[in-house]
Design a protein around this ligand. Structure first.
Ligand code: NAD
Length: 362
């Protein structure tokens, strides 16, 4: 029989996007050539680059390619060049549009501190050394999307701002299931974060979490109020394995957890739909201040590719091989400027990518 190989859509975007995606492409090419990775690579336009070429941040050709692809690897979008355009035509709109278009409701943000970089954290070495948390954030519901919303004028002329936090049981259940599945493959512990002491929507969140837990006897479920979770994240972050939470709470907690690692150039992310299709991207932006200078750290993008191999393609072997290649490059002392101690020698974007490629084959 024959089979069609899966396609991966590369969306370089703006700023440092093309430089870091070029390094990920090198890695992909080696995996195709030497490690039996059966995928085809496509490339598309998004963000400012798409605006310049077509007049819109998410052209129809990109939407089509994204719908056909098994997974998407994105660099970053945005930059000063496009900051004066009307809001609905800005580069960032392209990213929001593709996320909602594809129904990517589960946002995975690992906060993993490579021991070689423990001194980059603002917390004490012993609090963060070996840190490995996964934050699962609900991405398409909650207060960021709930109706009614708006600013209304009351009788008497005073204005009132309104947003609504609402979650249906099915929305809670599907994000909980994603989190339980991940916890099952990691340390087997899931902490569901809510505000059930004040919010009814959180009361329902907690009830659904307990119900789903019945299907995962191998995972230990605990609950924590979001204010306490913020405190615990900086007091004793290693107590967490997987954290699952609503859109607003996850937005804040995942940035807090990211900073525990101290290096934005190292942080990958994934956003998944119900079938494991995903958009993978570094947490950082397009870094216009260093674009085109070979200074960008490509590791957040390369580690996003490792997540793609694990979560969409199910190639745990290659994901682990790639992550350990990154570890060995750090062991050798190679550092781009963002993760180098002041005054030490640094490597370029390309040199870092080449080193990962070389480490893959050893
Ligand atoms: P940024 O993440 O682009 O940059 C913040 C700082 O971190 C800068 O000093 C930058 O040089 C540095 N940095 C970021 N990534 C790096 C890397 N890989 N290696 C080395 N250093 C790195 O955030 P910003 O400056 O607030 O935003 C710049 C542009 O990016 C804006 O247009 C913003 O809208 C956009 N943005 C896009 C995304 C995205 O595409 N997902 C996310 C955030 C911001």
């Amino acid at each position: 029989g024959w089979r069609v190989s899966q396609s991966i859509l590369l969306l370089p975007g703006d700023g440092i996007g093309p430089e870091i995606i070029a390094e990920a492409r090198k890695v992909l090419n080696v995996l195709q050539r030497d490690h039996a990775l059966d995928v085809t690579l496509e490339e598309g336009l998004i963000g400012g680059a798409a605006i310049d070429a077509t007049g819109e941040p998410l052209p129809p050709a990109t939407v089509q390619a994204a719908e056909a692809a098994a997974a998407i690897l994105l660099g970053a979008v945005g930059g000063p060049k496009w900051d004066r355009i009307e809001r609905h035509l800005r580069p960032e709109r392209g990213l929001l549009a593709i996320r909602s278009r594809l129904g990517l409701f589960a946002n995975l943000r690992p906060a993993l501190l490579y021991p070689q970089l423990a001194d980059a954290s603002s917390l004490k070495h012993e609090l963060v050394a070996g840190l490995d948390i996964m934050i699962v954030r609900e991405l398409t519901g909650g207060i960021y999307f709930g109706e009614p919303r708006g600013i209304q004028t009351l009788d008497g002329g005073e204005r009132e701002g309104v947003n609504t936090m609402r979650y249906r049981e099915a929305e809670i259940e599907r994000i909980q299931r994603v989190a339980f599945e991940i916890a099952r493959k990691r340390g087997g512990r899931l902490c569901s974060v809510d505000k059930a002491n004040v919010l009814e929507v959180s009361e329902l969140w907690r009830e659904v979490a307990e119900r789903v837990a019945g299907d995962y006897p191998d995972v230990g479920l605990s609950h924590m109020y979001v204010d306490n979770a913020a405190m615990q994240l900086v007091r004793a972050p290693k107590q967490f394995d997987v954290v699952v939470t609503a859109n607003l709470f996850g937005d804040i907690l995942s940035d807090c957890a990211a900073m525990l690692t101290g290096s934005i150039g190292m942080l990958p992310s994934a956003s998944l739909d119900a079938n494991g299709k995903g958009l993978y991207e570094p947490v950082h932006g397009s870094a216009p201040d260093i674009a085109g200078q070979g200074k960008a750290n490509p590791l957040a993008t390369i580690l996003s590719l490792a997540m793609l191999l694990r979560y969409t393609l199910g190639r745990l072997d290659l994901a682990e091989r790639l992550e350990s290649a990154v570890g060995r490059v750090l062991d050798r002392g190679l550092r781009t400027a963002d993760i180098a101690p002041a005054g030490s020698t640094t490597v370029t974007t390309q040199e870092m990518g080449d080193a990962v490629v070389a480490a893959l084959s050893t």
